[in-house]
Design a protein around this ligand. Structure first.
Ligand code: 5AD
Ligand code: SF4
Length: 456
């Protein structure tokens, strides 16, 4: 009975989105949610959905297995109601493609990142026609603009894609194969989306792309450089905070470095993946910068913005990495004093150049190096958090803290450097507000503060 009803009213459908991977996938999931809701669909709990959208990641480890085990879980819902179906998108979908529907007949849509813009229409067609399957895996030669859902308030923190894909082909990385060539979005479209988000209540904008510093430097650019784009967005009235990720050290322009000192809303934080501190390994990775150049960029950044919080990504055990190379990485970490870092054991990805390199580092040795590196980082993180104690800072509140003591209400937000700050306040709801906080304690990964004055 319900199935027949569902076919007659195809556009009032309960959906659930499951996201793996990077911030770009998270932002894609948010856009999809808004777009489907604006079509009258309803977001619901996993156990109650009729349509599932899974966005996948293949940058490391064994992501296919993760996706397959999730699909195994979702199959239970299909067994219960045969009209239930699944859409699989993102990097694993791009790699595995239509094979998904051989193994999992209830997967009726596969889409790559360039296909995301067309997913809402495709889902509507799939609901209306149960015999249909759709594949949106083609790479496009331009940034496919997405419809901008109208109205409705948004959260204080909003994300805006400025580009898609990557042209760097670092030798370990699968992204250029799964996300295609770099395609910058027109500056006018980016600025218009930022303005619309500000009007809907955003206060902090994060610009997203695989390599934002080369924004505009592909054939789709309209002459606007990344530094120009930052300047235009920073000038939007009401914007309190501007951030961006991810940056490639070889592409960060001097104008972007000086922007950290010149644009008051540009947050004093930068995620600048170094990957290794050894010139030999950087060369084998195809990173196209040296350790010395990276360190010079860090000095330039600190000159422009003395309190900038630097974070990074590091791979240990790249093929051919010697103990000496690894020690160079540890030394570079100490020299920079990263606030925090994401560190990974090198893992082979299918089809990338490093997969075929000799002198693979044994698994136990990679694990040993990773443990040493993470212990060093934990100590440095603690030290840099401890150095904040006694200072006052502005915190943009993200919501209630996970940890509550039952007596006070604890709120969680971030300072301009991206550090997590918890503090208590009896205010009924501080989500999306800015508060002045005095830092009184440093934990392993967060700060504790006391609120000062009125939120704004
Ligand atoms: N093995 C390990 N780590 C990887 N990364 C990318 N590809 C690999 C790989 N094959 C890491 C890099 C990158 C981050 C997103 O993932 O550090 O910056
Ligand atoms: Fe991968 Fe390198 Fe492109 Fe980053 S810059 S997405 S690591 S190829």
């Amino acid at each position: 009975m319900r199935n027949a009803k569902q076919r007659r009213r195809p556009f009032s459908v309960r959906f659930h989105i499951l996201t793996f991977g990077c911030q770009m996938n998270v932002a894609d999931g948010d856009w999809l949610t808004q777009s489907l809701v604006s079509r009258g669909w309803t977001e619901t709990a996993e156990s109650d959905a009729q349509v599932y959208v899974v966005t996948t990641c293949s940058v490391r480890e064994k992501p296919e297995q993760k996706v397959y085990s999730l699909l195994g879980r979702l199959k239970a819902y299909v067994d219960r109601d045969p009209d239930v179906f699944v859409a699989v998108g993102g990097c694993v979908a791009q790699q595995i493609g239509e094979e998904f529907w051989n193994r999992f007949p209830f997967v009726r849509l596969v889409f790559g990142t360039d296909g995301t813009a067309m997913v809402p229409q495709a889902l509507e067609r799939l609901v209306a026609d149960p015999a249909l399957r759709v594949s949106l895996l083609d790479f496009l030669d331009h940034y496919p603009e997405r419809e901008q859902p109208e109205g409705g308030a948004v959260q204080a923190q909003a994300f805006v894609n400025i580009m898609q894909g990557c042209d760097n082909f670092c030798t370990y990385c699968i992204v250029p194969f799964t996300r295609g060539r770099q395609k910058s979005r027109a500056a006018g479209a980016v600025v218009a989306e930022c303005e619309a988000l500000m009007q809907r209540g955003a206060r902090e904008l994060t610009l997203l792309g695989q390599n934002v510093n080369s924004y505009g430097q592909d054939k789709h650019g309209d002459g606007t450089s990344f530094a120009d784009l930052l300047g235009r967005i920073a000038a939007i009235p009401g914007l309190l905070r501007l951030k961006f990720t991810t940056s490639h050290p070889k592409d960060i322009a001097p104008e972007v470095v000086t922007a950290f000192g010149a644009l008051p809303s540009l947050c004093p934080q930068l995620h600048l993946p170094v990957q290794s501190g050894s010139d030999a390994v950087l060369k084998a990775m195809g990173r196209k910068y040296t350790r010395a150049r990276y360190l010079q960029t860090v000095r330039d950044l600190r000159q422009a913005c003395p309190h900038i919080a630097l974070t990074t990504d590091i791979i240990v055990g790249f093929p051919g990495e010697t103990v000496r190379d690894f020690e160079d990485t540890l030394e570079l970490m100490r020299e920079v004093g990263f606030e925090s870092s994401f560190s990974f054991k090198y893992s082979d990805r299918p089809g990338v150049r490093a997969e075929k390199m000799d002198f693979k580092v044994p698994e136990e040795e990679k694990a040993r190096r990773l443990a040493i590196l993470q212990e060093l980082q934990d100590r440095m993180t603690l030290e840099s958090l401890a150095a904040q104690v006694g200072s006052e800072t502005d915190v943009l509140v993200e919501g209630q803290s996970r940890m509550q003591d039952g007596e006070h209400v604890f709120w969680r937000g971030r300072d301009g450097g991206g550090r997590i700050v918890n503090f208590s306040s009896p205010a009924p709801d501080l989500t999306g507000r800015m508060v002045r906080v005095r830092i009184v304690d440093a934990k392993k990964h967060s700060l504790t503060g006391e609120i000062r004055g009125e939120p704004w």
